[in-house]
Design a protein around this ligand. Structure first.
Ligand SMILES: Nc1nc2c(ncn2[C@@H]2O[C@H](COP(=O)(O)OP(=O)(O)OP(=O)(O)O)[C@@H](O)[C@H]2O)c(=O)[nH]1
Ligand SMILES: [Mg+2]
Length: 439
C-alpha cells in the first residue's frame, strides 16, 4: 500500500477507535450535573418514570434542606430566628416533614409553614445577607413557586429538573448521540412536563437510586450507558482514497457519539477523579462565577472561587491531559450579574481594579485569571515533559499549542447551553479532522 495512504489510514483508525470523551471537572456546586441534564434535554434522551419521580421527591427535599441551610446561617449574621415565635414554630414543623413517597403529593399541611417562612422579612433579608455561606442557589426558584409545587397533580417541568439539586457521588457516564448541527434541534419547552421514556425505547439505561432519608447526600439519579457503536475504517487493502472517503463520511455523518463523564466535585469526591483520566478528548471545567464571595459547602473557611482556581491549576499541569482540549465554562453568569452591585469583588479579590458594578469588567477579570493560570500550568508541564529523561518520551506539539476555550454560561438556560455546546462540538470535530490530516 502507498506509504501516505497507510499513514492516513493508521491515524484515521486510531482517531475513530477513540471515542470522544468529555470529562466534566470543577468544585462541588459549579454546575456539572446541570450541564449533563441539559445535554439530555437538548438531545431528547428522555428521563425514565423512576428518574422523574426521584426528581419530584427531591424538589420537596430541596425545600426543606434549603431552608435549613439558611436558618442555620442566620445566627452567624446576628439574625437567629428562635426568638421569632411564629416563624420558629413553622421551621420546627417543616424540620419534621417526612420524605415524600412514590406517587404521594407534597403534604398540603406544610404549605402554610413554607409560605410563612418565605414571606417573612427576616428570611428575605437573610437570603441576601447570608450569601457568603453555601446556601443552595435554587432556594428562591422553588420557594417562589410554592403553590405550583404543592398542587396534588404536580410533576416537575424541564426547568424544575435543571434547578433541582443532588450532589454527585461517584462517577456518572452518559453517551450521547450528538447531531453535528446541534443548533437545528428543536428544544423542549422549559415549562412543559417531560414525558417519561418507555425504557425499551431509550438507549440510555438508567439506574435510579431510591431517594433515601438524606436526599442531599444521595446521588439521584445516576446514569449508566450500555450500548456503544464503533466505526470501522478500511481494511489492509484500503487505498489513500478509501481512507479519505471513510474520514469524510465520518465527518459528514449526522451524529457524533460523545461520552460525557460527570464526577462529584466536593472534596471527599475528588480522590475518585483519577479513575476517569484515561483517553480524555476534552476537559470541560466548570467554575461558579457567583462563588467569588461564597465559601464551599464542605468548609466555611475556603472561598469557592479560590478553590476552583486551585483545582484548575492542578488540572492544567497534569500530564494525563497534555493532549486534551481545555474548555472553560465560567458558569452562573446570571447569579454573578445579580449580586455584583451588592457584593463588591474587591472585598474578596483586592487586585480587581474594574468598576464595582461593571459586569463585563468583572467577568473579564476572572476570565483573565483563569487563562493566566492555564498558561502558567501549560508552561510548567511543557518544561517538565521536555526535560524528562524517560525512554518513552512523547510528542509535545499539541501541548505547546494548547488553547483554552472560555465561555460565559448560565447552565440553567437551555438555549444558551445549546449554542455553547454547538461551538464546543465544533472545536472537537475540527481538531479530530486536523489530527487525521484531512483538512
Ligand atoms: N441560577 C443558576 N443556577 C445554576 C447554574 N448552574 C447550576 N445551577 C444550580 O446550582 C446547583 C448545583 O448544580 P450541580 O449541577 O448539581 O453542581 P455540580 O457541579 O454537579 O455539583 P457536585 O455534584 O456536588 O460536584 C443546582 O441547583 C443547579 O440548578 C446557573 O448557571 N445559574
Ligand atoms: Mg453533580
Amino acid at each position: 500500500m502507498h506509504l501516505e495512504a497507510e499513514q492516513v489510514l493508521k491515524k484515521a483508525k486510531r482517531r475513530m477507535r477513540r471515542e470522544t470523551k468529555i470529562l466534566l471537572l470543577g468544585s462541588g456546586d459549579s454546575g456539572k450535573t446541570t450541564i449533563m441534564k441539559q445535554m439530555r434535554l437538548i438531545t431528547h434522551s428522555a428521563f425514565t418514570y423512576g428518574e422523574l419521580e426521584a426528581y419530584r421527591q427531591l424538589v420537596f427535599a430541596n425545600l426543606v434542606t434549603g431552608m435549613r441551610a439558611l436558618v442555620e446561617c442566620l445566627p452567624d449574621v446576628g439574625m437567629p430566628i428562635d426568638r421569632i415565635p411564629d416563624i420558629w414554630a413553622a421551621y420546627q414543623e417543616i424540620e419534621k416533614a417526612p420524605d415524600i413517597k412514590e406517587g404521594q403529593p407534597f403534604p398540603e399541611e406544610y404549605l402554610p409553614h413554607f409560605k410563612l417562612l418565605w414571606a417573612h422579612p427576616t428570611i428575605q433579608r437573610g437570603i441576601l445577607i447570608c450569601r457568603q455561606f453555601a446556601i443552595p442557589d435554587n432556594v428562591p426558584y422553588f420557594y417562589e413557586s410554592l403553590d405550583r409545587l404543592f398542587a396534588p397533580s404536580y410533576q416537575p417541568t424541564h426547568q424544575d429538573l435543571v434547578h433541582v439539586r443532588a450532589r454527585t457521588t461517584g462517577i456518572v457516564e452518559t453517551v450521547f448521540q450528538i447531531p453535528n448541527d446541534l443548533s437545528r434541534i428543536t428544544l423542549p419547552d422549559p415549562n412543559a412536563i417531560p414525558i417519561p421514556a418507555q425504557s425499551r425505547h431509550t438507549r440510555l439505561q438508567t439506574k435510579v437510586q431510591p431517594a433515601g432519608p438524606n436526599h442531599e447526600d444521595s446521588n439521584v439519579p445516576s446514569m449508566e450507558t450500555t450500548s456503544r457503536t464503533t466505526t470501522a475504517v478500511g481494511g489492509d487493502s484500503a487505498t489513500l482514497e478509501d481512507a479519505r472517503k471513510a474520514l469524510l463520511k465520518w465527518q459528514s455523518s449526522e451524529m457524533q457519539e460523545v461520552r460525557f463523564v460527570d464526577v462529584g466535585g466536593q472534596k471527599s469526591q475528588r480522590r475518585k477523579w483519577i479513575h476517569c483520566f484515561q483517553d480524555v478528548t476534552a476537559i470541560l471545567f466548570l467554575v461558579a462565577l457567583s462563588g467569588y464571595d461564597q465559601c464551599i459547602i464542605e468548609e466555611k473557611t475556603t472561598n469557592q472561587m479560590s478553590d476552583a482556581m486551585s483545582i484548575w491549576g492542578n488540572i492544567c499541569t497534569m500530564e494525563w491531559f497534555k493532549n486534551c482540549h481545555f474548555i472553560l465554562f465560567l458558569n452562573k453568569e446570571d447569579l454573578f450579574s445579580e449580586k455584583l452591585e451588592s457584593s463588591p469583588i474587591r472585598r474578596y479579590f483586592p487586585d480587581y481594579s474594574g468598576g464595582s458594578t461593571d459586569v463585563e469588567a468583572a467577568k473579564d477579570y476572572f476570565k483573565r485569571r483563569f487563562l493566566r493560570i492555564a498558561q502558567k500550568g501549560t508552561h510548567q508541564l511543557l518544561q517538565e515533559c521536555e526535560s524528562s529523561t524517560r525512554p518513552n518520551k512523547t510528542d509535545n506539539t499539541f501541548l505547546s499549542k494548547r488553547t483554552v476555550y472560555p465561555h460565559f454560561t448560565t447552565a440553567v438556560d437551555i438555549s444558551l447551553i445549546q449554542r455553547v455546546m454547538e461551538s464546543v462540538s465544533h472545536i472537537i470535530l475540527q481538531s479530530a479532522l486536523q489530527e487525521a490530516d484531512i483538512l
